[in-house]
Structure formats: structure tokens, C-alpha cells
Design a protein. Structure first.
Length: 155
């Protein structure tokens, strides 16, 4: 059975930004934003290295990673943990690169693709949902859109 569910796949497709945690050489955490996360298959994620030399160096030394995605409006997301490897070519490289370029545009240059073998995935929920299990996601979305988009015209 796949670790990455349909719900997780759909959330990744809707979320333009995620955060990838790796381990620096001195054991401290390195947290890096990524806007290229993609599902490769039910057990693997991938993202593009556009300008992340520290993230790639950390993965080459220690493949342990965690990825977090959160919809800032619904206050829901997922965490994924696993072991990463750096790809320079191949079908998984091509898939992740093409998905990113289709979204972001052809002006980007992908150096590498990082492939993550996911061994753990779980929901991330704001305390809003854990302290109030009857919280309505649509109302939460509306509330936070009002806060974060107050200077923008919304349809």
C-alpha cells in the first residue's frame, strides 16, 4: 500500500511552497523553502534543485529529510519523512523537472532533482482543529483569507 495518499497528492498539487529540512555537517538543522515539490509515485516525492547547494550537500552526506506542506488558509497540511538521493538524469528527474517547468515557466534551470523515498507521512493540523474538532474548514479558510489577503481583491 502506498504511503502517499490521494489526499496528500492533491494537497501537494495545490500547495506552491513547502519546507525541506536536512542536517548540516555540524548536526544543526537546515530548513529550505521549495516551490517544486511533486509526487513521483505512491512512495516517492521529488523537488528541483534550482539554487540549493547546502541542501544538496547535506543530502549527499546524510540522506535524512523531512518535508512539510501547509495550506496557510485552511491551516492543514502534511509532513513526510524519508531518505533522499540526488538525481542528475533519468525518468524521475525528467518527470519532476517537467512538472516544475510546466508550472513555473521555462526560464528556470534545474541543476538536480532530489528524490525522497518516503517512509513516514502524517497530517499536520493547527491546534485550531485539535482543540475544536467541529471547526469548519470553509470558515477557517474564509477567516485566514481575510487576514492574509485584506489588501487584495478576492472573488
Amino acid at each position: 500500500m502506498a504511503i502517499i495518499t490521494t489526499e496528500m497528492d492533491e494537497a501537494i498539487g495545490r500547495t506552491s511552497l513547502c519546507y525541506v529540512a536536512t542536517v548540516n555537517e555540524d548536526g544543526t538543522p537546515n530548513l529550505s523553502p521549495k516551490a517544486s515539490l511533486s509526487v513521483i509515485d505512491g512512495d516517492h516525492l521529488g523537488f528541483c534543485n534550482l539554487a540549493s547547494p547546502q541542501t544538496v550537500a547535506n543530502i549527499r552526506r546524510n540522506p535524512a529529510v523531512e518535508v512539510n506542506i501547509v495550506d496557510i488558509f485552511t491551516r492543514k497540511g502534511f509532513r513526510f519523512r524519508g531518505s533522499a538521493s540526488v538525481l542528475n538524469s533519468g525518468s524521475d528527474f525528467d518527470l519532476v523537472e517537467q512538472r516544475f517547468l510546466d508550472r513555473a515557466g521555462p526560464e528556470y534551470s534545474v541543476i538536480d532533482v532530489v528524490k525522497i523515498a518516503v517512509d513516514y507521512a502524517a497530517p499536520l493540523l493547527s491546534p485550531l482543529y485539535t482543540t475544536n474538532p467541529d471547526a469548519d474548514e470553509a470558515e477557517v479558510r474564509k477567516h485566514y483569507m481575510t487576514i492574509y489577503c485584506k489588501d487584495q481583491v478576492l472573488d
